[in-house]
Design a protein around this ligand. Structure first.
Ligand SMILES: *Cc1c(COP(=O)(O)O)cnc(C)c1O
Length: 428
């Protein structure tokens, strides 16, 4: 036996293969930190952070005063210092159930809602609960890499269906039908969509529900961007179609209230026929939740007031800023050779942009594009390769409008500098 410390033969040290698999899937963070590493520290200009979907550094995206007051009051009350119950503080679950029911054709009860430590925790729970031997889930591409990572870690297989840029990033319904097999248990949708910025119509959601019914699978609808819409389409919860196929809705206050650090999310059984209960999925969720972490009691305690007291003007103002940044982004990108934006963002904090590598000189792919851009212009953008979308970019538009404008001007100068001369001649 191997011995590396005197006479002791340590028995541990093998890397867990599931962790290695999850790590491979969650390359995005590593890629983004590599791109931050390319920034030239001697550039006096501010770094323009267009990689992450965290608007909290910008004053225009500060959360509602009512939300801050609710947390302050929860602390001051002294009532939220203990262990909360295993599915969440009852008043908080009840407030979330009432809030979600406003937009559904049926009422959720307190018991239909389980509170989680952010929406990511909901993803963790669902991927673990569905990981029965041999089972697989259908995940969107481009998507949100935590699904792949959490599925891999739980030993749940996954298959990718495509979102179609030429169809406003709708789900490739035929692709889903072709991909599903007898071991498929669920499909995940993200609406409003990160990373494409699409918002799905009622008609499209109904088709998704009918497809799920035909396949005998549930829909997991990631609605962490619920109501985070600034185009022409309203937000429609997938739960509206819960009569057709059972829907598990994942959500939270991270995005709509712009407090991702507060770590408060939920899993809601938007399943009026009670199929998830019958099939023991709900019971599994409760067990898994009971043996994992609780969201902070303080934030749970504040939830009823956060929901009740946030002024509608907070949301309206925030969406007005997003509408402005979406417009800035779309218009600026239109004027850049080698870059196309197939669909103007209507929701979420992101947009996907396609690179035409044949236009550029000395840049081979999206990763190299992002590294050189960071080095020369101090603009940090996520390469699509982190989402299995080689030669695409994912741009965050949840940025202070003047800074976004400055950043995209720099992208334009960068592209002009690196575009092939022949193409420049054609353009002029
Ligand atoms: C941000 C995000 C999450 C994570 O939400 P938290 O509440 O911060 O954990 C989950 N899903 C998608 C699609 C997201 O963009």
């Amino acid at each position: 036996m191997d011995s590396c410390d005197g006479e002791v033969a340590w028995r541990f040290g093998a890397a867990k293969p599931e962790l290695a698999a999850a790590d491979g899937e969650i390359r995005m963070r590593a890629l983004v930190s590599r791109i931050y590493g390319c920034v030239d520290a001697s550039d006096p200009r501010p770094v323009v952070p267009l990689a992450s979907g965290d608007p909290t550094p910008f004053a225009c995206f500060r959360t509602a005063p009512a939300a801050e007051e609710a947390v302050t009051a929860a602390v001051a009350s002294g009532k939220h210092n203990g262990y909360p119950s295993a599915t969440g503080v009852t008043e908080a679950c009840s407030a979330v159930a009432t809030y979600l029911s406003r937009y559904l054709p049926y009422e959720l009860s307190t018991g239909d809602v389980v509170l989680t430590a952010g929406c990511n925790h909901g993803i963790e729970i669902m991927m673990a609960v569905l990981a029965t031997p041999g089972a697989n889930v259908l995940l969107p591409r481009p998507g949100y890499p935590l699904y792949e990572a959490r599925a891999a870690l739980s030993g749940l297989k996954f298959l990718h269906y495509d979102l179609l840029p030429e169809k406003g990033w709708e789900v490739d319904i035929q692709g889903v039908k072709a991909l599903a097999n007898e071991n498929t248990v669920a499909m995940v949708i993200v609406n409003p969509n990160n990373p494409s910025g699409a918002v799905y119509s009622s008609h499209h959601l109904a088709k998704i529900a009918e497809t799920a019914r035909e396949l005998g699978i549930m829909v997991i609808s990631d609605e962490v961007y619920e109501h985070f819409v600034f185009g022409n389409k309203p937000f429609v919860p997938m739960g509206v179609f819960g009569e057709i196929a059972p829907v598990v809705t994942l959500g939270g206050i991270s995005k709509r209230w712009m407090v991702p650090g507060w770590k408060l999310g939920w899993i809601a059984m938007t399943d009026p026929k009670g199929i998830l209960r019958k099939k023991k999925i709900f019971a599994s969720i409760i067990v898994y939740r009971g043996i994992s972490v609780d969201p902070a009691a303080i934030v749970q305690g504040a939830i009823p007031q956060i929901i009740a007291n946030t002024d509608e003007t907070f949301f309206t103002n925030a969406m007005n800023v997003m509408r402005e940044t979406a417009e800035i982004c779309y218009q600026k990108l239109k004027g850049i050779k080698g870059v196309t934006c197939p669909h103007k963002p209507e929701g979420s904090m992101f947009v996907m942009v396609k690179l035409d590598m044949s236009c550029f000189c000395g840049i081979d792919d999206d990763i190299e594009f992002c590294c050189k851009l960071a080095k020369e212009e101090s603009v940090v953008i996520s390469p699509g390769s982190g989402l299995e979308m080689k030669n695409w970019l994912r741009i965050s538009i949840a940025v202070d409008p003047p800074l976004l404008e400055d950043g995209l001007e720099r992208v334009k100068s960068f592209c002009l500098r690196h575009v092939k001369p022949i193409i420049m001649n054609q353009a002029s």
